[in-house]
Write a protein of this length. Sequence first.
Length: 496
Amino acid sequence: MEKLRRNAHRDLLSYAQYMIPNYRVNHHHEKIAQALMDCEAGLIDRLMITTPPRHGKSLLASVIFPGWYMGRNPGNEVIAAAYGKELISGFGRRLRNMVRDERQSDIFGPEAALSPESRARDMWLTNAGGVYRASGVGGGITGFGAHAGIIDDPVKSIEEADSPTVQRANWLWYQTDFYSRIMKGGFIVVIQTRWHEEDLAGKLLEAEEEGGDVWHKVHFPAINEKGEALWPDEYPVKHFDRIRALPDMTARMFNALYQGNPLPEEGNLFQDSWFKTYAKMPDTGRMRLYGASDYAVTYGGGDYTVHAVVGVDSEDRIWVLDLWRAQESSDVSVDAQLLLMDKWKTLIWAEESGQILKSIGPFLQKRQRELKAWGARRQFSSASDKAQRAQSFVAAMGSGRVLWPAHAPWYPALKAEFLKFPVGRNDDQVDAFSLVGRLISSMASGVEKPGPAEAMAALRVGGGALPPGLRDFTYGEVAADTMRRNKARRRQMQYA
């Protein structure tokens, strides 16, 4: 114990074991502790810690660390928050009792001890004037500053985590209330179990990608890639096998809570093993080429417009050939669609009917005339839900008939979106290929050899009366059939 006491001033885990004699240290605690000490030293100003439940993250980061930090910096201020006032008050009470212990002043001196005037568990002072303030997420912290801001598990349940209302409220509170309390040179620590892609950690990571704060991340899944448990002495692999077997424990829940991945590795609809790729562009001359567009509802609203082009060969394989995805105004998006239609000479282009078509359709037709970018378009209803509309493309992928360009720069992000569907942040690319699937399911596959009427197959016969026995053929197919019939009649006339 004497060695722990001597080291406690400079080492967080020594402090933990000295103040809590039965405190047990695993290798992940060592890495968490080092990152926390780097925060105190000014080496890290944004730290994100994600671990499974019951693996000691809160005790170390929300109780032990503030005590050690305020011991070394007795005049500083700390704000700590968690999903509920009761939880964070419990942290505050345990921390207050730790700082009140005579061992605290024995390590750091009398200035680091609890002020005799401090009795509240959610706000107390040190003898040096340092302040600890505990609050529930969303609670009032105006008027307080923080050299250290700590947020521990901002949501308490999967119902809250899935709620867009709670997601927005927590994000707004972080940006307006919490963030504004951090003093110059201060740091923020976010500790949580991941629940949802749009939880606080997810929002922070998204903001980082867009140029926001850069986070030092310490992440530990319950079971690593080798199939080994993170803390086998406490929670062996069998423990998690039993959790997986619970009747209502979905893959999404387990991956979020215990693996730190708020989405399944293989989504509810699309699985990783279904993604087949090709390295060399195929011969598209013997394919029928189709396209589809999913337009953003509102420019600047966060949605993307996606245009996709595919080719179907004689074996009914679907080769994904081209993709355009951007957050652009409708005029830019429309021109991008028409350029793709002209480039690939698509047989027909699929799009959703409804409000978007009504708003974009007239302009698209106008640009078609101006650019002479002729091509037929077919509309599909969006009445059913997204998952239902994706079923045709799900079936094609599940049967191994879809091939993706392995080296396309957009392929990794597209694959990630598919695997997260239908609970991911974005689904624009899935929507576009859902239209592809619905279109192809009603069309003919590619032909073995190019026929004389292939060049004419740019329009479809749609609507109106068709001769008996004909389905909704392309003009190219109708022309080829007519040529065969005329040729046969000429033969008959020659021999008549």
